[in-house]
Design a binder for this molecule. Structure first.
Ligand code: PLP
Length: 465
């Protein structure tokens, strides 16, 4: 394909996209294909000769589309959302068109400078204190890994990168038993090791880390000659939305001189609402590092993860590397690739700029408040359904429930719902019990969509699973 055909196909795909979104509710949310169905329709060898775009597009529709799960479907209630508000999609189209690699200020000054301002707009929106700066990463996993590496370097006097950590004893990181697996993985790949990630039990209606148990664990580790390196807290855990009580946990970190990271990958978006800031984020300004994913609940197209830093120096001391080919002359500028693990960077700030301007914070707040309200409403309806049990009460827009029966029956109901296709939900574990998770967060979801979930759950259950 040559550039003279680009405008034609670009318009065609924009029209296709608008129709796709308009007709989305008629599609099953989760792909209804069996493993191997798609691959068997693709030739085993690459084409030697050029093919026409008409043929490629026709195959896309016939082969690829049936194998897609529709993450932008308004009845997507599984996992957490990965939203793509139309204004942010348009920004992504511009970013894709320019295809700039924005690793240094000079490789696209606008990308760096818009990023700096967007970090500050979001800092204000989330009610964080003035001094926080930050960086946009691809994922919360990468931001958490950056924070854990920083914990490691800080605890070893910044010698780990240079000397390795084989003679550094046991570096310990603390978190609750409700954190996402990205915390485990960060400890694996940083060389800290799973055995040195200490999971503290949780308590209370928000499943918060037991701070007394945290203190006891740290004291025991010090007595055993281990080196506590950091604490990772969570606002909005993946399983049931667990939220740590931040202040007491920060007091422990301060007393023990530990680096702190807060994973708010999902729930961080809700903190644009002052009432949720008050309820969930008292004392948040004490954290050294905070991550939240605007691509989850806020509406920025995947991928877009913001890491705020109270002081960027420890992370820069951990990750900054400057070979000759990356040096730039003279100016005092920010080179964001020095703040992260990957060198190459996309221009992710543009979609935040489009998103915030196109909907305004008030527009985004209204969506999030509605999601929370409708999740509570549905939860009450399911509580009234014969034999159904609410296992964990709503935290923001996430709750979990069980139908009558065994763990296997929960999975059967999840599978039956997803095979039906009108809604999409996933399972989780709470303690040793399997639960059905339900979250509301897709950008276009209406109250009717959430109410339809009740109809579908009741109908499929009554038909028998
Ligand atoms: N933290 C929490 C609480 C999550 O729910 C998730 C993913 O759903 C992650 C971290 C990982 O996010 P990412 O896919 O951006 O690495």
């Amino acid at each position: 394909m040559e550039w003279n055909e680009f405008a034609h196909w670009g318009k065609h795909i924009a029209d296709w996209g608008a129709d796709y979104h308009k007709n989305m509710r008629d599609l099953p949310v989760r792909a209804q294909t069996a493993p191997g169905d798609i691959a068997m329709q693709l030739p085993a060898t690459p084409p030697d000769n050029a093919e026409a775009m008409e043929t490629i597009m026709a195959d896309f529709e016939a082969i690829v589309m049936p194998g897609m799960t529709h993450w932008q479907h308004p009845r997507f209630f599984a996992y957490f959302p990965a939203n793509a508000a139309p204004a942010s999609m348009l920004a992504e189209m511009l970013v894709t068109t320019m295809a700039a690699q924005c690793m240094l200020w000079q490789t696209s000054p606008a990308a760096t400078e818009v990023e700096g301002v967007m970090i500050d707009w979001l800092r204000q929106a989330l009610g964080l204190a003035d001094g926080f700066t930050g960086v946009i990463q691809d994922s919360a996993s990468s931001a958490t890994l950056s924070a854990v590496l920083t914990m490691r370097e800080r605890a070893t006097g910044y010698t780990g990168n240079r000397d390795g950590i084989s003679d550094k004893g046991h570096l310990r990181v603390y978190c609750s038993d409700q954190v996402h697996s990205s915390i485990d993985r960060a400890c694996w790949v940083s060389g800290i090791g799973q055995a040195n990630l200490i999971k503290i039990p949780t308590q209370g209606s928000r499943h918060a880390m037991d701070v007394q148990a945290l203190k006891t664990a740290i004291a025991a580790d010090r007595a055993a000659g281990h080196t506590p390196a950091g604490i990772i807290a969570v606002t909005g855990g993946t399983g049931v939305g667990a939220c740590d009580t931040l202040g007491p946990l920060l007091d422990v970190a301060k007393a023990e001189d530990l680096y702190t990271h807060l994973d708010a990958a999902w729930a961080g978006s809700a903190m644009i609402c002052p009432e949720f800031q008050q309820d969930f984020w008292a004392d948040v300004d004490g954290f050294d590092s905070i991550v939240f994913n605007p691509h989850k609940w806020l509406g920025a197209q995947f991928d877009c993860s913001v890491q705020f830093l109270r002081d960027a120096t420890p992370q820069l001391n951990t990750l900054k590397i400057e070979p000759e080919y990356l040096k730039t002359s003279g100016e005092s500028v920010t080179n964001y690739s020095e703040w992260t693990i990957p060198l190459g960077r996309r221009f992710r700030a543009l979609k935040i700029w489009f998103l915030l301007r196109s909907y305004g914070l008030e527009g985004l707040r209204t969506r999030i408040r509605n999601h929370v309200k409708w999740a509570h409403e549905l939860c009450e309806m399911l509580r009234g359904l014969d034999g159904f049990e609410i296992v964990t009460e709503p935290i923001l827009s996430l709750f979990s429930f069980r139908c009558p029966g065994s763990d296997a029956d929960q999975q059967k109901l999840v599978d039956a719902l997803n095979d039906d296709g009108r809604i999409y939900v996933t399972q989780g574990m709470f303690g040793d019990r399997k639960v059905i998770r339900f979250q509301v967060g897709q950008f276009d979801t209406t109250r009717d969509d959430v109410m339809m979930a009740y109809t579908v759950i009741k109908e499929i259950w009554e038909q028998g699973i």
